[in-house]
Ligand binder design. Structure first.
Ligand code: URA
Length: 424
């Protein structure tokens, strides 16, 4: 007979979990028989002692089996999706889904909410007045058939084991584990039923994996899991040492995404959007597309507006703005040579853009505008950051988070490389 204590002790002592043990623990955790305290202990044992490829494959399969598998075969288009491991200012899903869909491909973008210092796509979209993210499986399929793009919340029945476990990991210091991240992401994406998947694996201070080698192992682990389940999976390793773009926070990031869809926007956001779109389109059988063209000529914007309208959002509404702001200025002339992504993410979170417990409200207008980023020339007195919040008492903690976490130097820093590696 398998018991939770045996499973925990096996992993605690550096042993290997059997397939039967893994199936038993995931099934009984999902149904509530295994307590949160026991799963926390097991997650910490996995965090500390790791898991081998067979255990990771079994754990992922058990999490998929904990819920439904969506069937998108009736959509009538190739399906392709993207998942990011989470970063600061990472609004790429917003321009990317309509951009790829504008080529006739279906993008079933089932997304999450922010927790901790990283933002969530659903929180960003809900800053558009009226925008709805609650969809049934049938509604997802219908919008994919009609429009090609949907960005909504995953059904509660999709990998429910991950839903419970992720919330638990978030409050027990067990997020940054390759086996747990890989199985969490891939169980959801495989259960979603997409034909192909492009992973954006972030590397650097604003990412869960700070170090390149660890991020590469994570990418390889996820690509293998995808291929084992017949989801054509590739990964880009991308820089998250510096915030992405010039906006961190819900409505601020929607505004920046609309700039990108209008053919403008910060060059790093455009570059990453175009590179990920190229990968997704190639996976969907369109290898020669130039996605930058669809941003310039308005095709992607047309699909975005149709998607926002289909999801109840008001395309012409003024986006919410926070009531209070504060500027942080350069104290000397030079070049911005460092801007720590984690510090900016924490500032946004402290200003009210993120939540500290699941279910809390977020402030639509809160966040950080970056007026000068790494590589920009500044003069003393230039505004580098503008912080926004509805709650003035949140301002000082956010200022503290940024203090000392950025530098101005006499020489221009090396140009940023966004795409660090690819895994196929
Ligand atoms: N995103 C997920 O969905 N799961 C993780 O574990 C980390 C990032």
């Amino acid at each position: 007979m398998i018991t939770a204590i045996d499973v925990i002790q096996t992993k605690r002592d550096g042993g290997e979990l059997s397939t039967a043990q893994i199936n038993w623990i995931i099934e009984n955790y999902t149904s509530g028989i295994v307590a949160d305290e026991q799963m926390s202990a097991l997650a910490m044992a996995i965090f500390l002692n790791g898991a081998n490829p067979r255990e990771i494959a079994d754990w992922t399969a058990a999490m998929i089996a904990s819920g439904i598998r969506m069937d998108l075969s009736g959509v009538g288009r190739a399906t392709t999706d993207k998942h990011s491991t989470g970063g600061v200012g990472d609004k790429i899903t917003l321009p990317l889904a309509p951009l790829v869909a504008s080529y006739g491909v279906a993008v079933p973008q089932l997304s999450g909410r922010g927790l901790g210092h990283t933002g969530g796509t659903l929180d960003k979209l809900e800053s558009i007045p009226g925008f709805q993210v609650g969809y049934t499986e049938k509604e997802v399929a219908a919008q994919l058939r009609d429009l090609g793009a949907v960005i909504c919340a995953a059904s509660k029945d999709l990998a429910p084991a991950d839903r419970k476990l992720y919330a638990l990991r978030d409050i027990t210091g067990t997020v940054e584990s390759i086996p747990l991240i890989a199985s969490s992401i891939m169980s959801k994406k495989i259960a979603e039923g997409t034909d192909s998947l492009v992973l954006d694996v972030k590397v650097g201070s604003g990412a869960f994996m700070k170090d390149f080698d660890q991020a590469k192992t994570l990418a390889e682990t996820m690509v293998r899991l995808g291929s084992d389940h017949d989801v054509a999976t590739t990964a880009l390793l991308t820089d998250m040492g510096t915030p992405l773009g010039r906006a961190v926070g819900n409505a601020l990031e929607v505004r920046e995404s609309i700039e990108v869809l209008s053919g403008g926007g910060p060059s790093d956001v455009v570059e990453l959007t175009v590179e990920l779109a190229r990968e997704m389109l190639a996976a969907a059988g369109i290898p020669d597309a130039d996605p930058a063209e669809a941003l310039r000529d308005g095709r992607a914007m047309d699909t975005w507006r149709a998607m926002v309208a289909a999801q109840g959002g008001d395309n012409d509404a003024v986006l919410p703005a926070a009531r209070h702001s504060h500027e942080i200025k350069a104290e000397r002339d030079g070049f911005v040579s460092r801007m720590d992504a984690y510090a900016v993410g924490m500032a946004g979170w402290r200003l009210g853009a993120g939540r500290s417990r699941p279910g809390e409200d977020v402030q639509a207008g809160a966040g950080v505008e970056i007026l000068k980023t790494v590589g920009d020339r500044v003069s003393a007195g230039d505004v580098v950051y503008r912080l926004h919040t509805d709650t003035p008492e949140r301002m000082d903690p956010a200022i503290d988070s940024i203090a000392g976490q950025w530098d101005v130097s006499d020489v221009a820093p090396q140009e940023r490389t966004m795409i660090l590696d690819r895994v196929r």
